[in-house]
Design a protein around this ligand. Structure first.
Ligand SMILES: [Zn+2]
Length: 427
């Protein structure tokens, strides 16, 4: 939380000077490599914006100042142009953004960062303040400066036994907002500290950068996009709401299954929605540029979204930990899962040479079984179909509603007896 608080004090954005300071701080927690892309760099119409600073931002009239936009980094619309002049109440209305539903907060207006060709001048004013202003002429003294800077992207690609890579991503461009972006960054830094300490089958990429831009310019530099097998875009992990899973474009890929299965372990009544239903973040870049399935995990929606009220007050430690727990479970499952390759066709499991039979309930012979025992017994009726299929152990666990670890232990007996071949690289 302390480190999150320090980053919240910086004036971060897409190509803001403070982004360098932010990545220095993040790298103290987990070492990151940094890509630096100059302002003006263009790719497919995406243009890295300039560094943008507010010098003066005053709204005055009737012999007094109504608003000083230098008091808060969100108080001037991001990437606003300069403007000096006098406007009437009606004209001012066109350039003031408010959030009546969060009336004492500064709204976050970011559209011009992504469409610099549409930029205009604008203020983001708490609704309660704005509605108290009289109908008079206003003098605007708004001086902003756009100068070429660098967009910074922080990443860490940690190698496993296989080059196939799982991606975890979050964005770093929302100034002064805790839950939307930065909280996710801190959860992922913890996740990667944990992953690096573990033996790994797979490789993992942590990618932190400005929304859309960061991923676009990172991917543009990668030669082989086929190594990326699935990803999780994390956002808004710390607010007081349930976890929400947004599926990937294809909806039923391995990463969808993994995310759903593990998130249900921490939140049985998990809410799930289709691709592009609520989010349009970097998962759209991964899906379109790399054709890699990416799910999005969040606690969407929350009231303070895109306002200055998205601050440390709404971040709950237990929610952050719960999110981290869910992501760790995903990694563990990715690492443990495998694909069946080949096995015998039909063994007598109860033969003492194998001793692998799990009882079916038989009236008068076998006592009544509990649900998981019954499910194990049902599963046996198709065991050898699975062994000779191209399905995964997780597919089997889901089909028969048997805990993955229970099934993993059972199937391991077949491997130990050299009765089963599996493909460890299942993604
Ligand atoms: Zn946002």
């Amino acid at each position: 939380m302390e480190n999150l608080e320090r980053v919240l004090q910086l004036n971060i954005g897409v190509a803001q000077e403070d982004n360098g300071r932010m990545f220095d701080l993040l790298s103290e927690i987990f070492p990151l490599d940094i890509l630096s892309i100059p302002s003006g760099t263009e790719y497919n119409g995406w243009i890295v914006p300039d560094d943008w600073q507010v010098k003066r931002a005053s709204i005055s009239g009737s012999m007094r100042q109504f608003f000083d936009g230098t008091e808060h980094p969100l108080a001037v619309a991001q990437y606003s142009d300069s403007f000096h002049g006098t406007v009437n109440y009606r004209e001012l209305y066109e350039h003031v953004f408010t959030r009546p539903d969060v009336p004492s907060a500064y709204p976050y207006h970011s559209q011009w960062l992504y469409r610099p060709w549409e930029s205009n001048w604008g203020f983001c004013v708490p609704y309660n303040q704005y509605t108290a202003w009289p109908d008079c002429d206003y003098h605007i003294d708004l001086e902003t400066v756009k100068t070429p800077g660098h967009m910074k992207i922080g990443y860490s690609h940690i190698e496993g036994y296989y080059p196939e890579t799982i991606v975890f991503a979050a964005h770093t461009c929302h100034a002064c907002q805790a839950n939307d972006g930065l909280a996710a960054v801190f959860v992922l830094l913890e996740l990667f500290k944990w992953i690096t300490q573990r033996q790994r089958k797979y490789s993992y990429l942590l990618l932190l950068g400005p929304e859309h831009y960061g991923t676009i310019f990172y991917l543009k530099q990668q030669r082989d996009l086929s190594i990326y097998r699935g990803g999780v875009f994390l956002d808004m992990p710390g607010s007081d709401g349930p976890l929400y899973l947004q599926r990937s474009f294809e909806q039923n890929t391995a990463i969808d299954d993994i995310a759903e299965y593990t998130m249900r372990q921490v939140q049985p009544d998990l809410q799930i929605g289709p691709y592009a239903e609520t989010f349009g973040n970097d998962e759209t870049v991964w899906e379109n540029m790399a054709e890699m399935p990416m799910v999005a995990v969040s606690r969407w929606p929350y009231r303070e979204y895109h306002t200055s009220a998205d601050n440390l007050d709404i971040i709950i430690d237990a929610k952050m930990s719960e999110t981290l727990e869910a992501l760790k479970k995903m990694v563990l499952l990715i690492e443990k899962n495998f694909r069946f390759d080949s096995g015998p066709t039909y063994l007598s499991l109860s033969n003492p040479n194998y001793n692998l039979y799990r009882h079916h309930p038989v009236p008068g012979v076998v006592r009544p079984l509990c649900r998981s025992e019954r499910n194990m017994a049902r599963m046996q009726g198709s065991l050898f179909r699975w062994f000779n299929s191209d399905k995964t152990l997780l597919d089997m666990a889901r089909r028969w509603d048997i805990p993955f670890t229970t099934l993993h232990e059972y199937i391991k007996h077949f491997q130990d007896k050299s009765l089963l071949k599996v493909k460890e690289n299942w993604l």
